[in-house]
Design a protein around this ligand. Structure first.
Ligand code: FAD
Length: 360
């Protein structure tokens, strides 16, 4: 019997994990606009230490050896095929959408590593740095810079009333206090419109009319949900108001028997975390195996239970703030869980790779 065709759209945390897991069970095609998988929560360390980025930018071919890799963006789907921006038409029996967040980043690993080096040079040559956005990316970047380059003046401008709004108030207050202790200036309830003139003059004006002088700036305002490409497709009515795909308890798109969605793109009611995205991938790998085996195993499909709002935000190399179900702590203990290696060795091992990159 011909092998079933599984097409995975998106090679992020969820898509990469599924592709690794299911490659020997079906005829798998992975579609991603770049040749590599990148560990998102470790990228800010890569900005202060570019050699760290070599471990976090991993060519898809390193862990996904068996199936087909299409380096392009998906632009449309029908009930049997996926269409890509470079004109390919890829047939599927089962489709898995894992397009979490979309942002333009380079196509090749070498280009991406060069980008890390350039951003690092920008940090090193600046005496003052403006970070726009106080979500996890802005906070982690500010902390990385404050710890590794304590003499640089770092300012965060955040339009919300508190930092890290995706988790609780306690985590925000503790983080604010810690950042202040590291001399990071945090301006809440303000925004900055970055114009080319502000970059030239190294002067930025906030919505309150305050002036910030900075040699360099970083925009950390969150990436858009990666579902724009689905808006004119057969799944157009399966998106919620935030653009997330509505899924059932088996992580299938509601009402569809052969289309799944996993990771940040889903409307599962939990905070969006890579560890949960990997959990989705594992469940869907099992469900796909059952469906591929056939024999009426539909009623044996695994169901997904939304996870509690646990999150750890690293604050430089040794400290972190962690929200657990009954306690929120900031200090060395949560830092020991995340901040040293940022789960990079573990993520690489999960993909079947050495924790470190061998020097050639
Ligand atoms: C600063 C920061 C720290 C974090 N820390 C943690 C942490 O400590 N622990 C944790 O568990 N999580 C953490 N997260 C969250 C975690 O990174 C996300 O939950 C995770 O990346 C979601 O995975 P995903 O595969 O769903 O989406 P993504 O990782 O966003 O991957 C989506 C993929 O789809 C591709 N794509 C998009 N559109 C298309 C298209 N049209 N066609 C083809 N491909 C497409 C993209 O190129 C990308 O490869 C952190 C996030 C940030 C920003």
């Amino acid at each position: 019997m011909a092998e079933k065709k599984v097409v995975i759209v998106g090679g992020g945390v969820a898509g990469a994990s599924l592709a690794k897991n299911i490659q020997n069970q079906a005829n798998v095609t992975l579609i991603d606009p770049k040749e590599y998988f990148e560990i998102p929560w470790a990228s800010l360390r890569g900005l202060v230490e570019p050699s760290f980025a070599e471990r976090i930018v991993i060519n898809h071919r390193e862990y996904f050896k068996k199936g087909d890799l299409v380096v392009s963006s998906a632009v449309n789907i029908t009930e049997t095929e996926v269409f890509t921006a470079d004109g390919q038409q890829i047939a599927y029996d089962y489709l898995v959408i894992a397009t979490g967040h979309a942002e333009p980043i380079p196509k090749t690993r070498t280009e991406r590593l060069d980008q890390y080096k350039a951003e690092n040079a920008k940090i090193k040559s600046a005496s003052s740095i403006l970070i726009v956005g106080g979500g996890p990316t802005g906070v982690e970047l500010a902390a990385e810079i404050a710890v590794d380059f304590p003499d640089k003046k770092v300012t965060i401008v955040h339009k919300g009333v508190r930092l890290l709004e995706y988790i609780g108030q306690k985590a925000s207050s503790k983080t604010l206090k810690w950042l202040k202790s590291k001399k990071v200036d945090v301006k809440l309830e303000q925004s900055v419109e970055v114009k080319s003139s502000s970059e030239e003059n190294k002067t930025y004006e906030t919505s309150n009319g305050e002036t910030i002088e900075a040699d360099a700036h970083f925009l950390c305002i969150g990436k858009p949900v990666g579902s724009t490409w689905l808006r004119e497709t057969l799944l157009k009515d399966d998106l919620d108001g935030d653009g997330r795909i509505k899924v059932d308890e088996n992580l299938r798109v509601k009402g569809r028997s052969n289309i799944f969605a996993i990771g940040d793109i889903t409307d599962v009611q939990e905070i969006k975390q890579g560890v949960y995205a990997s959990g989705h991938a594992q469940l869907v790998a099992k469900n796909l195996k059952l469906l591929i085996e056939g024999g009426g195993k539909e009623n044996k499909l695994g169901t997904y239970k939304a996870q509690p709002p646990i999150s750890i935000v690293s604050l430089g190399r040794k400290t972190a703030v962690a929200q657990f179900p009954f306690i929120t702590v900031l200090g060395r203990l949560p830092g020991m869980i995340k901040s040293g290696d940022l789960f990079v060795g573990k993520t690489r091992k999960d993909l079947g790779l050495e924790p470190n990159v061998k020097k050639s």
